[in-house]
Design a protein around this ligand. Sequence first.
Ligand SMILES: NC(=O)c1ccc[n+]([C@@H]2O[C@H](COP(=O)([O-])OP(=O)(O)OC[C@H]3O[C@@H](n4cnc5c(N)ncnc54)[C@H](OP(=O)(O)O)[C@@H]3O)[C@@H](O)[C@H]2O)c1
Length: 325
Amino acid sequence: MNYKRFYDMKISIIGQGTWQGSMKGWGNDYSENEYIKGIEKSIDLGVNFFDTAEIYGNGYSERLLGKALSGYDRESFVIATKIAPFNIKKWEKHLERSLMNLNMKYVDIYQLHWPTPLYVNLKKYIEQMGKAVDEGKIRYIGVSNFYIKDLEKIDFKIISDQIKYNILKKQLNDDEIKMLLEKKKIVIGYSPLEMGVLSGKYSHDKKPSGYLRKNLPYFRKDNSENFRELMDFLNQLSERYGNSISQISLKYIIMKDVIPIYGSKNPRQSEENALSFNASLKMEDVKKIDDLVKNLNIKNFSEDWSKLIRNMPLLLQRIVLKSFI
Ligand SMILES: NC(=O)c1ccc[n+]([C@@H]2O[C@H](COP(=O)([O-])OP(=O)(O)OC[C@H]3O[C@@H](n4cnc5c(N)ncnc54)[C@H](OP(=O)(O)O)[C@@H]3O)[C@@H](O)[C@H]2O)c1
């Protein structure tokens, strides 16, 4: 594994996300035991960065992560969790709950899951969280799903932005990422495999399991032709370099200087994903992928979900997200 240094943290250039640890909506083809073994496999291969959130299974994912890491040296990990915007006013209570779930004394990066509506004075809460930094309960404050205009509103007073970032969908473009890196921010890429789409194993007649992925547009019959050219190219790269399509998709993100956090259900997926740091890919391949994506015309390509969510009143956000995530 390779590592990057951010402030006093040494972070593996690829991390693992733990939404699958909610054990909800991702299908029934894995068990808690296999999932935990998947985390252990990532650790064996040098991954030291894990991301979770209080809303994943209402704390379940945090608890499983805490359980999986309990036998290891806490100091060797960088652990990030997220507070939902609808809990921001009671952030102290929610931080305590996350620490209890994780069975940890501190969290390395405490992230706001997505921006708060305009009527919330976010700057005030971020300043308040400085108290938990002083007390050693949070090492750094981060955000997620923030566009540059959202970051400007809080004067970039955070260490990281976790954005949707994969071959197909990007919340920030190359220039915006460069600007954040120059400001010494960590750019973390979530859904790096577009929830499994970019593993190459699905198609319109073989869809992923679980309700969370039921309506992804890529597998509509009328989109499959359009999508095939890109998938064929990823397949070619996979054969040329002897790496899986998932590994090519993750390496693409690493080459954009973003830290991908893959989701994984078992040791086999973790192994393949963690080893992607070593996959082969050239800049000319990255450019060709970008060109193919520019020409894609996916019908029913929904707006990024965080745009929909952020425009909902906080009470509605709570109801919607607690039922599905
Ligand atoms: N901040 C946010 O708003 C936000 C939003 C979404 C996610 N996230 C974070 O990002 C993490 C990752 O994103 P994600 O969970 O959306 O999914 P992802 O990493 O894009 O895809 C994960 C899924 O792809 C399949 N997969 C993974 N590795 C594979 C491999 N090597 N070969 C074949 N299939 C493989 C698995 O599903 P199957 O086996 O069922 O195919 C797995 O559940 C989350 O766990 C979470 O921590 C954050």
